[in-house]
Each structure stands twice: as C-alpha cells, then as structure tokens.
Design a protein around this ligand. Sequence first.
Ligand code: SF4
Ligand code: SF4
Length: 207
Amino acid sequence: MIKTWELDPGFKDEIMKEPGGEHLTSCYQCSTCTIGCPITEIVPSYNPRKIIQMSLLGMREEVLSSPDLWICLICQTCTARCPQDVGISDLLSAIRRIAEKDEEAGKLKIESSRPLFDTAFLHTVEKYGRLYDIGLAMEYYPKREGSFIAGQKAMMKDYMDFGMRMFFKGKMGPLGGHGLLKGVLPSKIKKTDVMKKIFKWAEEKEK
Ligand code: SF4
Ligand code: SF4
C-alpha cells in the first residue's frame, strides 16, 4: 500500500540532477525494458519499470533500500530497446549513487555487496588500466566477508563453483583471467598515468 504522506515529491528531481538520471520523466511505463531483461529469468520479481515508477511516485525510501537496485548487470539490452531513450542502466546507476551518498551520510544501510565489488573493480582499472581478476578478488572477498581468512575461504568456494564452470567454457584460467594462465599476474596498459588522470577528473566532477 502506498502511504501518500510518506512520498517524497522531490525524489525525481534529485535523480534527474545525477548524471544518467536526466531522462527519468520520459518513461511512459511500456515495460519493454522489463520484458527483455535477462535478470528476470533468474529473479522473476526483478522489474526495472517498477523501480522507475516508484521513483516517479516519490517512493524514495523503498527505492533506495530495495535489494533490486543492485542486481542490474548493465548489459544495456533495455537501453537499446527503450522507445523513450530513458537510458535505464545509467538511470539505475544514478539512483545507486544517491543510495551510496545516503549510506555515507549514515541515513541508509545498503544490503548488498555490489558497492564493494564495483569499488574493487574500479581500483584495478585505475591501477592497471584494465581489469585484473585476481586483484579484484583479493580486495573484494575479504571486505565482503569481514576478514582476510574468511575472504580466502569464500573466494575458493566461488572458484570451485562458478569459477570452474567458467574455466570449462574457456572464460577463466586455473588462477584467474582469460585463457589457460593469462591473468595470473597483472598486465598494465602502457599509459596508466592517463587512466589516473581520468579517475582524478571524475573525482573532481563528483565534488
Ligand atoms: S522501456 Fe523505457 S519507456 Fe518503457 S517502461 Fe522501460 S524505461 Fe519506461
Ligand atoms: S541493463 Fe540491467 S535492467 Fe537493463 S536489461 Fe540489462 S540487466 Fe536488465
């Protein structure tokens, strides 16, 4: 049940001020995004159209605390198909940034390890200029599990599970990366200083 007195009419403006959130009000609720989303095959209740509708209504608290906000793969299928050019995956990123700001301000507890994963991903790209699987895993798992030892155990468990499936499909070497042994050691792009400049520029823009 929607409690009208709890709605935040300024929420849509807040989203539209974030980069990627500009086209929120263009959505006319056709559901094309949800029908084609691959996540719905695994999580049938996942519904990006509903997240947009709730955002338009001003259901700020419900949207920002929803675990569904964090499961988008950023595959861009919805973005390619949306007749209104809403840019759904960018829009969801914009809403996630608001949730992260609320968490930093102590107003919200995000019930998802996705921000930790995204941060570890960005750290490897900043450092090496490209993804380095093992570096990402070594940062992500201990933070997710709360200690280095627990992180190593969780990493091995996942490796034995989906890591092996990826290995047999030729997507991962025995120790990470692509191909048989590639990715074991990090390989940097030549101009990592350019990458660092891009990250510095993005940080300045966020202030
Ligand atoms: S496809 Fe575009 S217009 Fe249709 S519901 Fe999704 S975001 Fe809205
Ligand atoms: S970008 Fe996200 S919401 Fe859109 S189709 Fe892909 S997984 Fe679904």
